[in-house]
Design a protein around this ligand. Structure first.
Ligand code: PLP
Length: 400
């Protein structure tokens, strides 16, 4: 295509989708590929939630709905925020969209003007900076490296804030590191935010329920109630409820912001899938027993992957307390050459050689704004993980 918009030229396609596509191509060509790139649970949507979707179809709940969600779902979301986070919201403060992705995008589109800055701790979920760019703003990375357990320090947050800062995006537990902030760690950040009343908080709590060991999830408006009036608390059913394909995400925050987000949605996609909304009502109101069962499996896989990766000389893999990712550093391997003759000059070269020489697909750290690392998604079977980690061990042992 010859002529694209200036805005589009500012963004890049999602690297995580690119890795998944490349792995699928190699698989289709007959290669033995293990994909550790995808950010979705390998479990099916629980039976009672699927049944609610089927029931919605059979009952004819298949028409347009209110643009930003049916009243039943908004009520379920208000109840969820009260139950899980101690936050009081009314339905007019709630927006439901086509996945967490659309919610975040709508909020940025609704609020950013040219030159507005958005502070994003790095490493970050790949879509944050590009969404900011699409909305006309400027992403500002704030370093949250391995030395601080991939957690942003109050000093680093303070240093990133300028008079132009519009939003601070917060994500705990994090994609791509799995790091979750304790209440004290989060309080350190909210104390900084209290000194900067022009900065709003967009908290992406997508991995709230995927937490291990004794990690206790908390969210900014809960830790610092004085931030409630300038916080958009975002969440969704994709990850914890194994509903990535249903496309339901939601947020709660100030009513005028929610109205602005509704306006964008009304002129773009309209309501999220009606059937999925009814399934999400069941997800939020129904039994949550499956989450603990799934988390026991995720924790076992996390421990397996962390142990096997830490056996590799030159690799350092911290143990995360949430989500289903690990983000090992390969600082000790940079500059070496693989058995297949590839020079590992950075994490992208590492991931490319690993895929070509062993068939293991991971996402390189530069995609998430912090190198030299790679991200492993352990939301796949124990057998595949053990096989993949053995191949990674062998590949690294072959580096000279
Ligand atoms: C941190 C984070 N936020 C939001 C999303 C988007 O979720 P959804 O599939 O509901 O759009 C993802 C998905 O990968 C994510 O990792």
């Amino acid at each position: 295509m010859s002529r694209l918009s200036a805005t589009l030229s500012r963004v890049k396609p999602s690297p995580t989708i690119a890795v998944t596509t490349k792995a699928q191509e190699l698989k289709a060509a007959g290669r033995d590929v293990i994909g550790l790139g995808a950010g979705e649970p390998d479990f099916d949507t629980p039976e009672h939630i699927r049944a609610a979707g089927i029931r919605a179809i059979q009952e004819g709940k298949t028409r347009y709905t209110a643009v930003d969600g049916i009243p039943e779902l908004k009520a379920a979301i208000c109840a969820k925020f009260k139950r899980d986070n101690g936050l009081d919201y009314v339905p007019a403060q709630v927006s439901v969209g086509t996945g967490g992705k659309q919610i975040l995008y709508n909020a940025l589109m609704a609020t950013l003007n040219p030159g507005d800055e958005v502070v994003i701790p790095a490493p970050y979920w790949v879509s944050y900076p590009d969404m900011v760019l699409l909305a006309g703003g400027e992403p500002v990375s704030a370093p949250a490296g391995i030395e601080t357990g991939f957690r942003l320090t109050p000093e680093a947050l303070e240093a990133a804030i300028t008079p132009k800062t519009r939003w601070f995006i917060f994500n705990s537990p994090s994609n791509p590191t799995g790091a979750g902030y304790s209440r004290d760690e989060l309080q350190g950040l909210t104390d900084v935010l209290m000194r900067h009343p022009h900065v709003w908080v967009m908290t992406d709590d997508m991995y709230e329920h995927l937490a291990y060991d004794d990690f206790e999830f908390c969210t900014p408006a809960q830790v610092e109630p004085a931030l409630y009036g300038r916080t958009l608390t975002c969440n969704g059913v994709s990850k914890a409820y194994c509903m990535t394909g249903w496309r339901i995400g939601y947020a709660a925050g100030p009513q005028d912001l929610i109205a602005a987000m509704r306006k964008i949605q009304s002129q773009s996609t309209s309501n999220p899938c009606t059937i999925s909304q009814w399934a999400a009502v069941e997800a939020l109101n129904g039994s949550h027993d499956f989450i603990a069962a799934n988390n026991a499996v995720f924790k076992r896989r996390r421990d397996l992957v962390v142990a096997m990766l830490n056996q590799i000389e030159g690799v350092e893999c911290p143990t995360p307390n949430g989500a289903f990712y690990v983000y090992p550093s390969i600082a000790g391997l940079i500059g070496r050459t693989s058995a297949g003759g590839a020079l590992i000059m950075d994490d992208e070269a590492f991931a490319t050689a690993l895929l070509e020489e062993t068939g293991v697909a991971v996402v390189f750290g530069a995609a998430f704004g912090l190198s030299p690392n790679f991200r492993v998604s352990y939301a796949t079977s124990d057998e595949a993980l053990e096989d993949a980690c053995t191949r990674i061990q062998r590949f690294c042992a072959g580096l000279r």
